[in-house]
Design a protein around this ligand. Sequence first.
Ligand code: AR6
Length: 176
Amino acid sequence: MTQAKIELFEGDITTLKVDAIVNAANESLLGGGGVDGAIHRVAGPDLLVECRGLGGCVTGDAKITGGYHLPARHVIHTVGPIWRGGENNEAELLESCYRSCFVLVREYDLKTIAFPAISTGVYGFPKQGAAKIAVREIEKALADNPALERVILVCFNAETKEAYREALGDWVSSSA
Ligand code: AR6
């Protein structure tokens, strides 16, 4: 049932007009490459000004800002774990990223949110494992928060899309 509220979108997260897009940031919150760079480029310099005032963000946590020139109203900046082989709490920290984002979703009464595949770019988290964690945490959040209307999983490449398809399929069969 809640799975009907999850959508896959192929393309650039900065084009989405939603209540919040999630940024896969680093602990400085002062910008970087990948999706972080794309978000700052479109949002404009005022986003960096607001981020400077946040004092960084620890791995697994999340902080919210305005969206500035983005079509999205807010940006939720979360810091995913750097993959170091899988025995260093990477899975727990990635779960914590999704949970921290959903705490802010409730606090700000957000109805629509889009996620990139956090940690699966330069931070190296294996895509399939990351997709399973994302889908599991999103399912929990949708079940706990009926006000949440739509969660978009942004697929920036074919492997990410395939990983989400698999993870969503797993959910269907395991819940049957
Ligand atoms: N829209 C949607 N997804 C995107 C976009 C985009 N415009 N651009 C890239 N992706 P990454 P990380 C996908 O490396 O692994 C930054 O420098 C990308 O294909 O952006 O969490 C930060 O400052 C991949 O699937 O984030 C940190 O230092 C996903 O977004 C570090 O990278 C995440 O890839 C964070 O690394």
